[in-house]
Design a protein around this ligand. Structure first.
Ligand code: NAP
Length: 243
């Protein structure tokens, strides 16, 4: 059986991705760090819609936790493998560069970039060994393409993720593994709820924030057979904000 692992699958975009992939008939592993209630709600929703899911709690930025959780899962699932990996977990710690605490720099890089490295390196060998390969989708951002003032840490992390996406795509293409990045603009979620939405909307040609389900639909497509020849791409989804 081929599973999907969605890091940061308990809220926002990750939650919507879990629901979309499970609607595609893929059993989903919902990763999260701390919010048990939110993760349980996603699990219950997947199951109530006829899908199948498991919770997998670990901090993507902690190599020991990543290894322990994925080793335990593999031991319990000797005949299965994770064929779809959505590296979605991410945090914001915005500040102007000259005031940015060192911890905020490291925490943002650690979650988005090191998290990608720890989880992907762990799962790649199995994906490469299977003839059906796999699909990896990395959640980048408009900030990683354009750079956003007040977000040097976040922009650096997401730009690095885009570089890693392009490099890895070429490494594993011959083994039927695709690696793509999605770069959302402003999307409605807990991450953006404290932003001045009305002001920011005016900057977006579509005059609205995107919905997590719209990002999830793109991720679902990149995980489908129809997208089998797309790799190393960064696909923007931002209502025309940046082209
Ligand atoms: P969100 O609503 O804040 O949800 C974040 C999710 O990530 C939660 O499930 C959270 O789990 C999990 N998480 C955070 N740190 C983690 C860690 N160290 N290990 C495991 N899980 C962790 O965020 P979102 O808006 O859905 O964003 C999802 C991704 O899209 C992020 O990578 C973000 O950078 C990117 N993105 C978002 C936007 C936007 O406008 N929203 C735009 C561009 C890119 P807990 O609940 O347990 O903490």
């Amino acid at each position: 059986m081929k599973y999907a692992l969605v890091t940061g699958g308990s809220r926002g975009i990750g939650r919507a991705v879990c629901l979309t992939l499970s609607q595609m008939g893929i059993p989903v592993l919902i990763n999260y760090q701390s919010n048990d209630t939110a993760a349980r709600e996603v699990l219950d929703t997947v199951v109530s819609r006829g899908g199948s899911a498991e919770l997998l709690k670990f901090d993507v930025g902690n190599e020991q936790e990543v290894s322990a959780a994925l080793d335990a899962w593999e031991q319990n699932h000797p005949d299965d493998y994770i064929a779809y990996l959505i590296n979605n977990a991410g945090i914001r710690r915005d500040n102007l560069m000259f005031m940015m605490p060192e911890q905020d720099w490291h925490d943002v890089i650690n979650t988005s970039l090191n998290g990608f490295y720890y989880v992907t390196r762990k799962l790649l060998p199995k994906m490469l060994m299977r003839k059906h390969g796999g699909h990896i989708v990395n959640m980048a951002s408009l900030s990683g393409l354009k750079g956003m003032p007040g977000q040097t840490n976040y922009s650096a992390a997401k730009a690095a993720l885009i570089g890693a996406t392009k490099a890895l795509a070429q490494e594993v293409a011959s083994r039927n593994v695709t690696v793509n990045a999605v770069a959302p603009g402003f999307i409605e979620s807990d991450m953006t709820k404290d932003l001045p939405v009305e002001d920011l909307k005016k900057m977006v040609p579509m005059n609205r924030f995107g919905k997590p389900e719209e990002v999830a639909a793109l991720v679902g497509f990149l995980c489908s057979d129809a997208a089998g020849y797309i790799t190393g791409e960064v696909i923007s989804i931002n209502g025309g904000l940046y082209t």
